[in-house]
Design a protein around this ligand. Structure first.
Ligand SMILES: Cc1ncc(COP(=O)(O)O)c(C=O)c1O
Length: 373
């Protein structure tokens, strides 16, 4: 099976992890900050806070901005459930706003209708690795005094109008799950220019405690205080070392993803059945996913045919409001989004990952064309 996504680990990565295993610090050690500095230098933000996964990163962001009961947060339904779940973790209410049908990115035009006196923030999701229309989103956020969060879990290394994702929104969240651009096994990061948010998140990832073990060791004190409820969302030095090593290969990983995407674009350009998503000219897409829309074909039939041929196609995503939890808790089936509903049944994600060979790409193209004939 050619999977839809896969990590790319080499001997340098393994060596980096082994070195940490032989060191004094397996967690709360120096490697965490080295990884944080690597990411903040890459994206051009002032602060970066490493955590144990992208979901924890979203939760930290919700905590940092003070989301609580009674607050509403607007986000697109075309995302992984974790984006909305993080709002609920803090007692807030996710409000789903529709996407643009050709990019599947949140549609800034439709957001305004969803804004109420309870709205606190917007979470923009850089679906598939393409940055949202941040210029319009920032304008909207400013006009209504809202905080703009980027769920950049698909978009490490992507750019919008010459600026890296991670330095555009008030806070940006990344994931380092094995299918993402770089991996730490499990891992996440939040970048921001806001020192108060950064400090709040550092405390939140460590049980709400004001200092970590290493700081206390340095200061020769056993005293610590917990000033708010937090979690153990720390990323270990073992994970961080892998992240530092992986980060060096990010330009190569993105280049490979881009080459694969261009081959798919060319192969399906003339097809009336297979539509690729629109790429905005002022963005540099990071190609976490390659998503096609199937016109006048049964997606389930095509999905099964391709799986039988060893092509690990997938679907991103079941609209979040269609999950039974959301339907029951928020009666969200009554607030479905028109564009999402029109497009969801057509979506299929094709394999894309840096170690995909030219032959694998040719096989996927051939089988997809054949299945859709
Ligand atoms: C858009 C989006 N947000 C959040 C997450 C959560 O990240 P993690 O799996 O690292 O918790 C993912 C992961 O798949 C994602 O794709």
């Amino acid at each position: 099976m050619i999977p839809y996504g896969k990590q790319c680990i080499d001997e340098n990565d393994i060596r980096a992890v082994v070195e940490v295993l032989k060191s004094d610090w397996l967690t709360t050690g120096p490697m965490v900050q080295v990884f944080e500095d690597g990411v903040l230098n890459l994206v051009g933000s002032r602060y970066a806070v490493a955590v144990c996964n992208g979901t924890a990163a979203l939760h930290c962001a919700m905590y940092a901005i003070g989301v609580g009961p009674g607050d509403e947060v607007i986000l697109p339904p075309m995302t992984f459930a974790a984006t909305a779940n993080a709002v609920i973790y803090q007692g807030g209410t996710p409000i789903f706003s529709d996407v643009e049908e050709d990019t599947l990115l949140i549609d800034p035009e439709k957001i305004e209708k969803k804004i109420t006196s309870k709205t606190k923030a917007i979470i923009a999701v850089d679906y598939a690795g393409q940055p949202c229309d941040y210029q319009r989103l920032q304008k909207l956020a400013k006009k209504h005094n809202l905080i703009l969060i980027a769920d950049g879990c698909h978009a490490l290394g992507a750019e919008y109008k010459g600026k890296r994702v991670g330095s555009i929104a008030d806070l940006t969240v990344f994931s380092f799950h094995p299918v993402k651009h770089i991996t730490t096994g499990e891992g996440g990061m939040i970048t921001t220019d806001n020192e108060i948010y950064a400090n709040r998140m550092r405390q939140f990832r460590n049980h709400g405690i004001t200092s970590d073990f290493r700081t206390r060791e340095k200061e020769a004190t056993f005293l610590y205080e917990m000033t708010d409820i937090g979690y153990n969302y720390r990323l270990s030095d073992i994970h961080s070392a892998l992240g530092v090593s992986q980060l060096q290969k990010l330009p190569f990983f993105i280049k490979k993803r881009r080459e694969i995407a261009h081959r798919y674009q060319d192969a399906f350009f003339a097809s009336s059945v297979i539509q690729s998503l629109k790429v905005n000219p002022d963005s540099r897409h990071a190609w976490h996913l390659y998503v096609i829309k199937l016109v006048e074909r049964d997606r389930t039939v095509i999905f099964r045919k391709l799986r039988e041929k060893g092509i690990g196609v997938n679907v991103h995503y079941l609209p979040v409001y269609r999950h039974p939890y959301y339907e029951e808790k928020f009666n969200s089936s009554e607030n479905r989004c028109e564009a999402v509903e029109r497009v969801y049944e057509k979506l299929l994600s094709l394999p894309i990952f840096p170690s995909m060979t030219d032959d694998m790409v040719s096989t996927v193209i051939r089988e997809v064309l054949c299945a859709c004939e």
